[in-house]
Design a protein around this ligand. Structure first.
Ligand code: NAD
Ligand code: GLY
Length: 362
């Protein structure tokens, strides 16, 4: 078991990573908060697998109710947000109530945004159940999607704690393990060259991720994120680096239709384009071809689906939160383990994206 401390300008909180730690760590954290009642917001698949166990543990000491959200990115929506707020109001949750986000990044982002806004803010705890959530559960970005763009409506709102019980990850479908692995690779590429080298040298397919490697990559990924968030909680500068691969990745997810391409697969495609672009702009060899081959072996898509027009993606990238005054800001690599940002005129980026696609990124 490992405890890490996330320090931000608006407060600090612990992240506990280990196996079978719900009974000790979660109940310990809740007893510190002394909530008047608890609302679990649970992913439907997670609820079926683990919900009863959690509910029984909590109901011994607390008034606890559950809202079950159907699984899938398409439910990280305004409609779900509104339904949960209605449910909470009808239950009579008050300002001393506590929300538990029980699921992956969809639940963490949505439940966190509900917590941030219910009666102007009540505490919440993240109980992540996916590998990807080593990223999403830490750092306090909470949001819902809009058909016009990913995570466009949200807040910076830190959880009271994160209890990461690795026992839940044993049932994670393979494609979701891959999706989460993309964010681990991202953390290596932007902030920890040793982590990146370990991953690239030791994991050729997803079966190579044993329990020890899983725990190690989660902890190291969180350390990279924690360092960035400590310096820049609200993304006025360096936090943008955490968006590596996301400018194109988010555009692909939204253009394909939420839930059609997993977040991690979108980010993997976005990272490949960003590495290719970094080589061109920074005139460095960043081993693009080798990384592309590695991604392909891991099962990631390595190019934008043919059905998505470049022009539509550029229009979406112009609406990215990093974009301004008609230019698109991309996070690029100065070196493996070191990121920076560069802005492009939309015409220029359109040509570059088109060139990358024509060069055979499929
Ligand atoms: P997800 O929450 O949709 O979970 C993926 C799938 O796995 C779902 O179908 C779910 O039912 C299933 N699942 C979850 N846990 C399971 C388990 N233990 N066993 C079996 N099945 C399980 O997706 P995700 O990949 O965890 O998160 C993606 C979301 O996270 C995106 O919306 C993305 O925008 C967001 N995100 C947010 C941040 C942030 O900083 N807030 C960072 C990265 C990503
Ligand atoms: N995943 C982007 C961020 O947390 O800032």
């Amino acid at each position: 078991m490992k405890d890490l401390l996330i320090e931000t300008a608006s407060g600090s909180y612990p992240v506990s990573v280990g196996r079978n730690i719900i009974d000790t760590k979660l109940l310990g954290k809740i007893s510190e908060l002394k909530p008047s009642s608890i609302l679990i917001i649970a992913d439907a698949a997670v609820q079926t697998l683990y919900g009863e166990q959690l509910l029984q543990a909590l109901r011994k000491s607390y008034k606890t109710e559950v809202y079950v959200l159907p699984s899938g990115e398409e439910h990280k929506s305004f409609e779900s947000f509104y339904d949960i707020q209605t449910y909470a109001l009808k239950l009579g949750l008050d300002r001393k109530s506590l929300i538990l986000a029980f699921g992956g990044g969809v639940i963490g982002d949505l439940a966190g945004f509900v917590a941030a806004t219910y009666m102007r803010g009540i505490p919440f705890i993240q109980l992540p159940t996916t590998l990807l959530a080593h990223d999403s559960a830490v750092g306090g970005k909470v949001a819902i999607n809009h058909p016009e763009g990913k995570n466009m409506i949200g807040a910076f709102y830190q959880p009271a704690g994160v209890i990461y019980d690795l026992a839940f990850l044993s049932t994670l479908p393979r494609n979701e393990l891959r999706s989460g692995f993309a964010e681990v690779i991202k953390h290596g590429l932007i902030g920890n060259i040793d982590l990146f080298k370990q991953l690239a040298a030791g994991i050729y397919n997803l079966d190579d991720i044993d329990d020890e490697k899983l725990q190690h990559m989660i902890i190291e990924g969180i350390r990279v994120k924690a360092a960035v968030v400590k310096e820049d909680e609200k993304e006025t500068g360096v936090r943008a680096h955490l968006n590596f691969g996301h400018t194109l990745g988010h555009a692909i997810e939204a253009e394909a239709g939420y839930g059609k391409i997993s977040h991690g697969d979108g980010v993997a495609i976005g990272m490949l384009f960003a590495i290719w672009l970094s080589e061109k702009v920074n005139k460095k060899d960043l081993h693009y071809e080798k990384i592309k081959k590695w991604f392909k072996g891991l099962g990631f898509p390595i190019g934008v689906p043919h059905s998505l027009p470049t022009e539509s993606l550029i229009i979406r990238m112009l609406k990215d939160k990093k974009s301004h005054s008609g230019t698109i800001t991309m996070v690029l690599l100065n070196a493996i383990g070191e990121a920076g940002t560069s802005s492009f005129e939309s015409d220029q980026l359109r040509s570059l994206l088109e060139k990358w696609r024509q060069e055979g990124s499929d």
